[in-house]
Design a protein around this ligand. Structure first.
Ligand code: MSP
Length: 511
């Protein structure tokens, strides 16, 4: 089975920050999860390089737009490499393969008479890359999002007949039995979209005369394709469109993004696809916005946090974990350095770190740093864990509730720590070595289970944990088998008498 997941393609006028990283890490966690479930995964990300915003940024820097795009696009690639993002392809909208794909779609819509020419006047906000009418602006005539005054522009443009798709889209969004049902999540944002659709749609301008940094319209080279239409089509280009090979992965299973661009993805994009007679994405998930100490992150406020800053403080895998689990996935949430450090210390240094260090120390001291012999089969703990975790975790991952999935793992770790407190194995060392062996054996197996659940969040640390407990085989291969049926081999994962691999402390406490 295939699974096709996308992130937005990011504008190259900005450097990658933890807002972009949030969506990208979340998509990576889901892509890794589906791979562990034996799906053939295609994970697409990339950069959005055309339009007025980019042309303006290049002009301000005194460089050519294409040079700015190449420089900034490379920065996104570097950031994703730093964060161990396992994308299948990274798309750039200025590349020839994308130009070909955009021309194809726009020409198809034109041939189907869904595009027409019209004089138009509107307020264009470069920050949003869209036209507004006066009623969309605040009392000072400013864009609600950017607080800047959009310029009144009058042009003769090509328009897409968006207004004819309203009823069809409403059906597909609201009727789960529709064969091309498109699921918009979370529910609250879906309802906002439905509310707007019920008010009726207006046709939208899909070309620009005044902006030459774009793809020329195939049927009128004096105009360029509106950057949002250009950008959305990346989801087709990335998997090979217009070549037939794109059908291997299309339709997308999940388009992931924040709420700021849900309208484009849940209305304009599906309308273009219906118009071009292509299937619709199955799910569109819009998460909330990070704010930092209550403020929106922005270059002008100077409060933008880069992924490097987090990685320098917490390490790669802990950064991945913290970014996607710190706030509930869906609503907006505020973050702070204090909050990040507190969560790091609570979940990782204390709960998980403590479990690892005390178990490994006991094995080192009492069993010569090996997995103790299995004096009596003791997989009770592992089986209990299996029951606690499997349904909840799978449900939360499938519903993109990543913070809840991480809470499931934390509860399981707490459960093992409590079991250790109850069994007090340190008291057994002198009186019952067989019982001690059996306890430690079971803790090691339990840690192996935790490592498999952590794998999509913390791929390298999970691997290190796996090696430290003397578990046999490759963690990914074992996890693939485990997640297929949740069966636990009779003798567990860490094999009796294998050597434990000493690790440097994985989660040093941070102040
Ligand atoms: N280029 C368009 C997207 C085109 S997709 C066909 C664009 N680019 S963007 O660079 O502005 O990226 C917006 C996206 O970045 C958001 O939808 C979200 O995924 C991510 N985020 C940027 N800042 C964010 C926060 N502060 N919080 C959460 N996500 C954020 O829009």
């Amino acid at each position: 089975m295939k699974f096709y997941i996308t992130t937005p393609i990011y504008y190259v006028n900005d450097v990658p920050h933890i807002g972009h990283s949030y969506t990208t890490i979340a998509a990576d966690v889901l892509a890794r999860w589906k791979r562990l479930n034996n799906y053939d995964v295609f994970f697409l990300t990339g950069t959005d390089e055309h339009g007025a915003k980019i042309a303006k940024a290049a002009k301000e820097k005194g460089v050519l737009p294409q040079d700015l795009c190449s420089e900034m696009s490379a920065k996104f690639k570097e950031a994703w490499q730093l964060l161990n993002i396992s994308y299948t392809d990274f798309i750039r909208t200025t590349k020839p393969r994308h130009v070909k794909s955009v021309e194809n779609i726009v020409q198809t819509l034109f041939d189907k008479q869904l595009i027409f020419k019209k004089k138009y006047e509107g307020f264009y906000c470069i920050g949003c890359e869209r036209f507004y009418t006066a009623k969309d602006l605040d009392e000072n005539g400013c864009c609600l999002l950017h607080k800047t005054k959009p310029v009144l522009q009058a042009e003769e443009n090509y328009f897409f007949k968006l207004s004819t798709f309203g009823d069809e889209l409403l059906k597909r969004i609201t009727d789960p039995t529709h064969k091309e049902y498109i699921q918009i999540q979370p529910e609250g944002r879906k309802n906002e979209i439905i509310g707007k659709l019920e008010l009726g749609l207006e046709d939208i301008s899909i070309s620009r005369t005044a902006i030459d940094w774009g793809i020329p319209l195939p049927f009128d080279k004096s105009q360029t394709v509106y950057v949002w239409v250009d950008a959305l089509i990346n989801y087709l280009t990335g998997i090979g469109f217009p070549n037939e090979e794109f059908k291997k992965y299309w339709p997308a299973d999940v388009h992931l993004m924040a709420k700021d661009i849900l309208w484009f993805h849940s209305v304009i994009w599906p309308a273009i696809l219906v118009g071009a007679e292509l299937e619709l994405p199955k799910k569109i998930y819009s998460h909330g916005f990070f704010t930092l100490n209550g403020d929106k992150m922005s270059k002008s406020l100077g409060n933008v946090i880069s992924p490097e800053e987090l990685v320098n403080k917490y390490g790669v895998d802990s950064t991945r974990y913290l970014i996607v689990t710190l706030i509930p996935f869906g609503p907006d949430g505020d973050i702070s350095w204090e909050g990040l450090t507190l969560k790091y210390n609570t979940d990782l240094a204390n709960n998980l770190g403590n479990l690892l260090s005390r178990t490994l120390k006991m094995a080192e001291k009492n069993f010569n740093n090996t997995v103790p012999p299995q004096t009596e089969p003791n997989l009770c703990l592992v089986k209990q864990l299996n029951d606690i975790l499997k349904e909840n975790f799978v449900y939360n991952m499938e519903n993109i509730q990543l913070h809840k999935a991480s809470e499931n793992i934390q509860s399981a770790i707490t459960f093992i720590n409590k079991q250790i407190e109850q069994e007090a194995p340190w008291k057994l060392a002198k009186i019952d070595k067989d019982k001690l062996a059996s306890c430690i054996y079971s803790y090691l197996q339990a840690i192996d289970i935790i490592a498999m659940y952590l794998l999509c969040f913390m791929p390298e640390i999970a691997q290190k944990i796996w090696l430290s407990t003397g578990a046999s085989g490759n963690i990914e291969e074992t996890a693939k088998k485990y997640f297929a049926d949740f069966n636990i081999p009779d003798d567990g994962f860490s094999v009796a008498s294998s050597k434990l691999k000493n690790q440097t402390i994985l989660f040093p406490r941070i102040s």
